[in-house]
Ligand binder design. Sequence first.
Ligand code: BES
Ligand code: ZN
Ligand code: ZN
Length: 498
Amino acid sequence: MNVTFADFSLPKTGAVAVFAAEGKPLSGRAAEIDKKTGGALKRAMKGAEFKGAKGQMIDLLSPKGLSAARVVLVGLGKPEKLTASVFETLGGSLVGHLEKTADKTVAVAVDPIKGSSVSEEEAAAHLAFGAKLRGYKFDKYQTKKKRPAPSKTKLGKVTVMSGVTTQARRHFSPLGKIADGVCLARDLVNEPANILHPAEFAGRAKELAKLGVKVDVLGEKAMQKLGMGALLGVGQGSVRESQLVTMQWMGGEKGEAPVAFVGKGVCFDTGGISLKPGAGMEDMKGDMGGAACVTGLMHALAARKAPVNAVGVIGLVENMPDAGAQRPGDIVTAADGQTIEVINTDAEGRLVLADALWYTQDKFDPKFMIDLATLTGAIMVALGQEYAGLFSNDDELSEQLTSSGLSVNEKVWRLPMGEPYDKMINSKFADMKNVGSRYGGSITAAQFLQRFVDGRPWAHIDIAGTAMNSPASAINTSWGSGYGVRLLNKLVADHYEN
Ligand code: BES
Ligand code: ZN
Ligand code: ZN
């Protein structure tokens, strides 16, 4: 989706969109268009009982007095309730609305809104942000759909018009980069596992070097040297080589400890010898959603030149059943020397993260670590797909994540941890086992991870319900949602930039 900014002018073709606040008379460009069309907009409002409720839309087709093909009137709701995120939703909804029409372009007019705390430039920029996110498509493998029938041409250009073009463009600049990060994460999650295997994923991460990110890739030999038996055991049954990728963006003060993000990157999770049932197994191409989020975040931070030192570490493996695969009952030794009895080879994400977390703190000595993982089906039983599960040893970090989540609408809900849960993963034969009992599956998974954290602030976000196959929203209709990029970008921007 091509999103640009311009001064006001009535477009000669395509659609033009204007706004109306709830319970207020038409003003600005909406009033102007109503006048130009001889009151057609007001008559349409009456006929459609349009009151300006948030997201309500009516269309005026081939309006008399205008050369544009369509006028869309969009309800803003009550001005005092407007926020930047409402404009994102409206931008997304408008794109969704027009995608069902033959119009290829839309020019949206943003006027100052009386009684709203959102400035004109902020409204314009966030509208554009929502439009860009909604406009994302993953259709590279749909060779037939790429040449749509003329009647099904798709919307490809959004122009946001305002009286503050320069400021709106400036305000949008970082948002556009964040959207690119979200779309990168979505692409990675949507890619099938025959294409996006660990080495290919590492290759895509390497492309961040263009933005000034230092990207290093460790292969199996290097990981063997480091004793990463937990991560390597998971990839043992795959013909694809496991990879550990580090991405460093050092935009902050020289010598200042970085913030660190660690992602589960299981490019495909068959369950291994503890094979998953067949139904729905194709979804397990998205089991690298944590790694995708970390990569998208690093893209966003570097592209917008965030004044922060940040590292991203992703453990990339493929979990396959094979004659060489690890077995239930195997005991592996993680890089920090702890031993793990692998009761269930399908609880593999925590094995990958164990070594990735240890490596991150050993190599980078970060201020904190946040890991993201499509770790447990149980998190969806607990929270559905609205909230990701948050587990942490640190109240402050938890509160920061919770409020960042609320403000960008990528919400997290904290769940308990503690000694009684930790005991559930003690093993008869090794230091720990990789699964607990039938109950509290997401919590025991978090307890497992915590055993590899040296006591520094840490948070684990279980995104099994939010990273993929998530319900469509105004700003996302993609299977891979890119969840977490906006959340963590916001966390960094609000609390960790110089
Ligand atoms: N990748 C899965 C978790 C998952 C399930 C993510 C559904 C997204 C959608 C993970 O590796 C897994 O298989 N977890 C097991 C753990 C169990 C064996 C203790 C699970 O959740 O069933
Ligand atoms: Zn699994
Ligand atoms: Zn998995």
